[in-house]
Design a protein around this ligand. Structure first.
Ligand SMILES: [Zn+2]
Length: 275
């Protein structure tokens, strides 16, 4: 079992689902005040027996039972195992309950949830997904950043549920949280949140400029843009990159900086050009 203690109230169990998108695997966080006998589980992760046993063993090792399950967002690598909450007899909390296939309670922007001697404050950060929450741990001022900011590399803006303009606004919102550290959904802890967020914003600006340059150079479809702009990225990630490119193109269309061509039938085609 890969259980790591990060601070006085936070432990992490690494799920065995490594991949190019999930990095080393999903980080499942267990939060609770020492000796209180309870923990909150944030992002139970993939529904794998080995991971379930690791999470149960970690809680047992802390002499704790599970008091609540909280999701940063509905993607399967974070939420597939939310059903474990039924076995544990606890509530699932998430921004958009209808996105998960089980009874869950809404955790709205700015709302605080106190369990296991820990208070989590929900910070709605749409962009990667429309229901994405970052969770501020009020006891430590650490922010659990889910897939909004990862421990390594950059994240996908998963169009059409994901939204690029919202993503950029959410990065600025996270910066304003002034976190002492970011504990991401994948990858290692980020000890300098301001630097990480600045790097993410700069990366998005660079990619936007590259998308505009690709259109100016004659690329028209999202797939063509991906081949040129993501030439430095493992092709296995190109389908994910295409979702981010589509989010980028939608943002540029909304800003009237590019136009979407019409197909011969008068409907919108999948071709774009700079205005
Ligand atoms: Zn993820």
């Amino acid at each position: 079992m890969t259980l790591t203690r990060l601070d006085e109230v936070t432990n992490v169990v690494l799920a065995p689902n490594p991949s190019p998108l999930t990095l080393d695997g999903t980080n499942t966080y267990l939060l609770g005040a020492p000796g209180c006998g309870e923990v909150i589980v944030v992002d139970p992760g993939p529904d794998l027996l080995q991971h379930r046993q690791a999470v149960d063993a970690a809680a047992a090792g802390m002499d704790a039972t599970i008091a609540a399950v909280v999701l940063t967002h509905h993607h399967a690598d974070h939420a597939e195992a939310a059903g474990w909450a039924t076995d544990w007899g606890v509530q699932v909390w998430t921004f958009t309950p209808s996105f998960v296939q089980l009874p869950a309670a809404p955790l709205h922007d700015g709302e605080q949830l106190t369990r296991a001697g820990v208070t989590l404050e929900a910070v709605h950060t749409p962009g990667h997904a429309s229901d994405h929450l970052c969770l501020r741990v009020c006891q430590t001022d650490v922010v659990l950043s889910g897939d909004h900011v990862l421990g390594r590399g950059t994240t996908v803006v998963a169009w059409p549920d994901g939204d690029m303009a919202a993503y950029l606004a959410s990065l600025r919102r996270l910066a304003a949280c002034d976190a002492t550290a970011l504990y991401p959904g994948h990858g290692p802890v980020l000890g300098d949140p301001a630097a990480a967020i600045a790097r993410y914003l700069a990366h998005r600006e660079k990619r936007e400029a590259a998308v505009l340059a690709a259109l100016a150079a004659g690329d028209a479809t999202p797939a063509q843009v991906v081949v040129r702009v993501y030439a430095d990225v493992d092709p296995v990630l190109h389908p994910a990159a295409e979702r981010t490119v589509r989010a980028q193109l939608a943002k540029l269309c909304n800003e009237e900086r590019i136009t979407r061509a019409l197909d011969p039938g008068g409907g919108e085609s999948d071709s774009y050009r700079v205005r």
